[in-house]
Design a protein around this ligand. Sequence first.
Ligand code: UDP
Length: 488
Amino acid sequence: MPKNEASLSPHVLIFPLPLQGPVNCMLKLAELFSLRRIRTTFLNTHHIHHRLLDCTDNHTYFTRYPLLRFDTVPDGLPEGNPRTGDQIPNLLNSMDAVAVPIFRQMVTSGGPYGPDSENPVTCIIADGIFTFAAEIAAEIGVPLLYFDTISPCGLWTYLCLPKLIEAGEVPFKDDNLDEIIINAPGMEGIIRRRDLPSFCRTKDLNDRIIQLVLKEDKHIPLAQGLIFNTFQELESPILSQLLNISPNIYAVGPLHAHLKARVESLTGPEFRPETSTNSIWKEDKSCISWLDAQASKSVIFVSIGSLAVMTKEQLFEIWYGLVNSGSKFLWVRRPGSVIGADAELEIPLELSEGTKERGFIVKWAPQEEVLGHPAIGGFLTHSGWNSTLESIVEGKPMICWPYFVDQQVNSRYVGEVWKLGLDMKDTCDRAVVEKMIREVMVLKKDEFLETAAKMAELAKSSVAEGGSSFLDFDRLVEDVKTMKITRK
Ligand code: UDP
């Protein structure tokens, strides 16, 4: 493209936190931009990029999204690092030391996307935790939008943290986790101490994550707008609160359903099959044939996402609960997700027999497809935000066993506000697991399925033509088209 034409046209650079969940939904946003003919550069880490390429049909992908380009930076971690949830502070430190200087060089004068380049970036969309993006964007005069890929209800508790600290609600004064939280506007009567993000349980305000969140709170209002993977009909009270922080909010989710809806309206052969999963693990599709042989709504799907880990004791509590519940189950056991259990586990006979009869275990599943399968009747989940939205879209009730960050808030909203399932929270006990599965899969099955079906309908309408997320995305596209670099 000739220089003057390129420099006039919008060019978005998207920089996700290099983890499966944020990459998944930010890439879907990039794909949506590409469908709307906006040039988009997706800045991956080398590690994530190689894993994505390994799991994608590259030819189909790049034919479908010709205006989407990838670039990479190192994340600074040794290749053998497991990059699990407990490694996030290390990942952020090494990104700061290694990736951020390269990013800065890329977007400033002389860099491949700098203002004098053939390919100047006209808008940066960065993960909300990347506080450096606000400083760099201001320095180079490029508009910045933050995309917080956690739930808005989770983010709102982050933003309330200074107030909670000032009011003496955090750190907790004693061990009573059932104490109601007062200083989170819009969440009165809903949130207890145990429903605040996991990092609020620290006694030490100098904790690395608390400090990071406080820094994020200061930087978020510096962006020109905030993008969320949610829809108005699900979270409008929280989105109204967030308008006090940023008057320009785009609620464009659920992004996986949004992308699917827009792709379905296109006709070229490159748009079949309709979904791309953006997975960084190879999906084991054998579970779909197994599901095909099961009765409608008879199987509970179990997954703790890409970062959470559990102890061996917790593994056995869940396993006994599943087997004793009498339900069929499909269980994702991601390698490395059970601490210290990579060697052979000694499995009691009743568990191996029960699993042979009623269970199916895979290392990684095509989760969206699994949740959409008619045989699935419920989801035992760690309440990651992508997983929660995927379950909502498919109308599947949840049993929530949150692990960290926003997941404690999400599980509370699922159980208490949206009535889409049960919140197991801080318990991991075989009798509780069994009881909750029986409740969701048998005793209150119709009630939960009915509420979930109504919410699924709202989710799908929000991304259909004229729906709230559909219109917010169109507004985002129009705003991005008019964004300009302000020369200093
Ligand atoms: N996922 C998947 N297959 C699996 C387990 C998870 O494709 O077997 C996907 C899931 O569909 C979701 C993402 O991994 O999009 C996990 O993101 P989430 O925000 O739910 O949790 P996180 O992994 O960030 O804790």
